[in-house]
Design a protein around this ligand. Structure first.
Ligand code: ZN
Length: 436
């Protein structure tokens, strides 16, 4: 197939985007990256062992560890700095961890000493060098380190010895806590299988760095020592050492997962429950005057309830048993211009005292109608009260406000839109305002 130059570019672009998509998919599945770094390799054999040299032992253990992790953890990506007997510069090892944004860097080594009786495991915590600058600092700080720390490793520091440089990197770890945590897990596991631990080694001084990984350098033991050298040179010893590293990894990963678990979803706000036994209304106005539903005094509010109590009319807006709605209603009426509005609290089904009762005034007329007059729209048992030269007509007689509201609704449905609730004492209108 012949492609024009443009088409080739488009094709490449599509392939590239496809690759990016696959890559991000893979990353979403594998959220933890461990870089396993078998020390030395190729022309660099590392420590000479009584059975096997360092570079072979650490490669073997590294590959075992990686496989164990891969088998159990589908969400972990294992990267090896080397999988074969090849030589790698230090910067190549760190670069592999850097560019993969490793969550953990484990450099695996074996010790040796002129003193053949030296033995035991030890784990160094370190900050993984991310830049030449950091390396330069490590070298430059060499003399200071020598003054501040007399550890064997530092005393024989050689900037050209990768192992020593990695060890020096300890000082620059921004992930010191995590590194220490993993280092301790490793040494603890070694102890559990009966190994002798020389402990976690760290430095006292600290330089901040901007990008690093939790990183450790594990010394599996002294292969210059007859016992440890034989152990680590054996199938059994390599497997046991690997299992210790694996168990330490499992614990580290578990803690990592715990910390990176998405915050528990915010609990849905508890569904607000009605305030038990109470009803809230906003009293917007008290007046000697009776205003109709469309009176300008009501400022456009609809559904305003009017209750006559004694010689005043109280105007209520809203009706809720929810505290939040009550507050909103109050704020709304104040915004509407009822500066003195306040919440009136009603106890549900509270009965009026003594002979008191609620009635619905639905009509006022100078005419005198008989009971069951067509004028009443079907309302029955209407009470007529003479007031001045007016006849006031009342419907219902109830002890609770809730019942009165039902009567009011009925009257309004019959067409008496301006009907309102009035308090009575028996069959007499209460003339005095109730004392507050
Ligand atoms: Zn080494």
């Amino acid at each position: 197939m012949r492609l024009t130059r443009i088409n080739k570019q488009i094709l490449l672009g599509v392939l590239f985007i496809t690759f990016l998509g696959m890559n991000s998919y893979a990353q979403s599945k594998q959220n933890f990256i461990i870089v396993i770094d078998p020390g030395h390799g190729g022309k660099d054999s590392g420590a000479r062992g009584v059975v096997e040299d360092e570079k072979h032992i650490v490669l073997d253990v590294s590959m075992r560890l990686g496989k164990m992790i891969e088998n159990k953890y589908k969400d972990v990506k294992v990267i090896y700095t080397r999988k074969t007997d090849v030589f790698l510069e230090l910067w190549e090892r760190t670069q592999i961890a850097n560019k993969n944004h490793a969550n953990l860097f484990v450099s695996i080594h074996c010790n040796s000493a002129n003193n053949k009786s030296a033995y035991g495991t030890e784990t160094f915590v370190m900050g993984l060098s991310r830049s030449q600058e950091t390396m330069d600092v490590a070298k430059r700080e060499n003399s200071v380190i020598l003054l501040e720390d007399n550890q064997e490793k530092y005393q024989k520091f050689d900037a050209n010895d990768p192992e020593a440089v990695i060890a020096f990197d300890i000082m620059f770890s921004a992930y010191k806590d995590q590194s220490l945590s993993f280092a301790k897990l490793v040494e603890d596991e070694f102890v559990k299988i009966g190994r002798s631990s020389r402990g976690v080694k760290q430095s006292n001084f600290h330089v901040l760095r901007t990008n690093a990984s939790p990183a450790v350098l594990v010394e599996l033991g002294f292969i210059s020592n007859q016992d440890e050298g034989s152990f680590l040179g054996s199938e059994y010893g390599k497997q046991k050492a690997t299992e210790s590293l694996f168990t330490a990894f499992e614990k580290f990963k578990k803690e990592y997962d715990r910390k990176t678990m998405p915050e528990e979803e915010e609990k849905p706000k508890e569904v607000e429950k009605p305030v038990a036994g109470k009803t809230f209304k906003i009293q917007i106005l008290v007046s000697k005057n009776k205003y109709g539903p469309s009176a300008e005094q009501l400022k456009g509010l609809t559904g305003v309830e009017v209750v006559q109590a004694g010689d005043v009319y109280k105007y209520y807006y809203g009706n809720t048993n929810m505290a939040s709605e009550r507050d909103e209603l109050l704020a709304y009426t104040i915004r509407k211009g009822f500066k003195d509005a306040f919440v009136a609290e009603f106890i549900n089904n509270e009965k009026l005292q003594g002979n008191q009762n609620y009635r619905i005034q639905f009509l006022a007329s100078n005419k005198k109608y008989r009971d069951r007059d067509n004028k009443f729209g079907g309302l029955k048992n209407v009470l007529r009260v003479k007031k001045g030269n007016m006849n006031l007509y009342f419907y219902g007689s109830t002890k609770t406000y809730e019942e009165a509201q039902k009567d009011l609704k009925l009257a309004q449905d019959k067409g008496f839109k301006s009907a309102f609730i009035v308090t009575f004492n028996g069959e007499k209108l209460i003339e005095e305002s109730p004392k507050k």
